[in-house]
Design a protein around this ligand. Structure first.
Ligand code: TXA
Ligand code: MG
Length: 335
């Protein structure tokens, strides 16, 4: 058991973070997407602690974070010219690129795959942390496996207190949903997980890209996509935008049974609904930035969260709906 400390990011806390990381301990840190749970990427023992602290399935690989300017060819082979162009356009930022590994990163982190995902966060606090430690950091999102991803230091604390020594507090994450995971080992890039760097943005640079379907029957290319994910600790339901009447019936059933109900929707749809509501905002960017924070809030204030499909017309909707569907127990919509 650890007496978990939450410290604002400054010279002293970064010095402490470096000490922990270099001695094989875990440190949680902010990024522009969600908080990460970091360990030295070359240390098998340290990486095992990540899987233990999260309760993460051992066949779901971790991505490796490096500071801006780090020579990633120390870790991976860049086989494609288009990968370099993508990096130039969108990195640092919320884009993880999966390359052929050179075998330096721990096999525990890559789960024995011959590839590694590399991410260079754009968040200034993440950069300060990565520069201070000076080594590649393997990090998944800093939540208990299956739970909603953390976008504040307090979310990390609620899931991992006692299990890790240090959480670096950089305030609320700006982006809100995890990075786009892109396989760049083939002739055409393949989106394994959608995020804020959208398919359209990738096509603009490369000309084309594919979407991995990650069907349960497929051998999942991003192994993490097959697991239950992002779920808040309350009941959930997910409705289409034109199903407000159905949703209202469910809401009143809960109220009649003496239970608490709450809607989760964008500001436009909220005008059609009476009762408790958690509002996500209007644009794709706003909704992505608010989603996990509202899911965390929901589990504190309601017995059932009645969520609605998001359709802002933005490409980011794909990433948002991927998370929201899984958060609502995998049911895309209520039948
Ligand atoms: O924004 C983010 O990406 C955050 C922050 C902390 O950087 N991290 C994050 O990590 O979301 P995690 O572990 O929760 O999700 C990483 C995803 C998983 O779906 C995993 O299966 C996939 O990336 N992945 C990792 N390495 C891979 C590889 N070599 N090949 C294919 N998929 C990989
Ligand atoms: Mg995660």
């Amino acid at each position: 058991m650890y007496d978990t400390e939450i410290l604002k990011i400054d010279e002293r806390s970064l010095e402490l973070a470096k000490k922990y990381i270099l001695s094989g301990e875990l440190v949680a840190f902010p990024t522009e997407t969600v908080y990460g749970l970091g360990a030295l990427a070359t240390d098998d023992g340290a990486i095992r602690k990540i899987y233990e602290a999260k309760g993460r399935p051992s066949d779901n690989p971790l991505i490796v974070h490096v500071y801006d300017g780090y020579d990633i060819e120390r870790l991976v082979k860049i086989g494609n010219d288009y990968a370099k162009r993508l990096a130039k356009a969108y990195i640092p930022g919320p884009l993880t690129m999966v390359y052929k590994s050179k075998g330096i990163v721990s096999k525990v982190a890559t789960c024995g795959l011959d590839t590694v995902g590399i991410r260079v966060p754009s968040d200034e606090n993440a950069q300060r942390f990565l520069r201070a430690v000076g080594v590649p950091i393997a990090a998944p999102s800093a939540n208990a496996s299956k739970h909603t991803s953390p976008v504040t230091a307090m979310h990390v604390y609620e899931d991992l207190k006692g299990k890790i020594p240090l959480i670096l507090d950089g305030g609320k994450c700006a982006g809100g949903i995890e990075s786009t995971v892109l396989d760049v080992t083939g002739e055409t890039p393949v989106i394994l997980r959608s995020g804020l760097v959208t398919g359209e943005m990738i096509e603009r640079i490369v000309g084309n890209c594919e979407y991995s379907k990650n069907l349960p029957t497929d051998k999942a290319r991003a192994p993490g996509m097959k697991y239950r994910h992002y779920t808040p600790k309350c009941e959930t339901a997910l409705f289409k935008r034109d199903e407000t009447e159905k949703a209202k019936r469910l809401y009143s059933e809960y109220e009649k049974a003496g239970k608490r109900a709450c809607y989760l929707c964008d500001n436009e749809l909220a005008e059609k609904l009476d009762g408790n509501k958690l509002l996500l905002g209007r644009t794709g960017e706003e909704i992505a930035a608010n989603l996990y924070d509202k899911l965390h809030e929901a589990e504190k204030i309601t017995d059932i969260l009645i969520a609605f499909e998001v359709d802002t017309g933005s490409d980011i909707d794909v990433g948002i709906m991927n998370r929201l569907t899984k958060a609502c127990d995998g049911a895309r919509f209520i039948p």
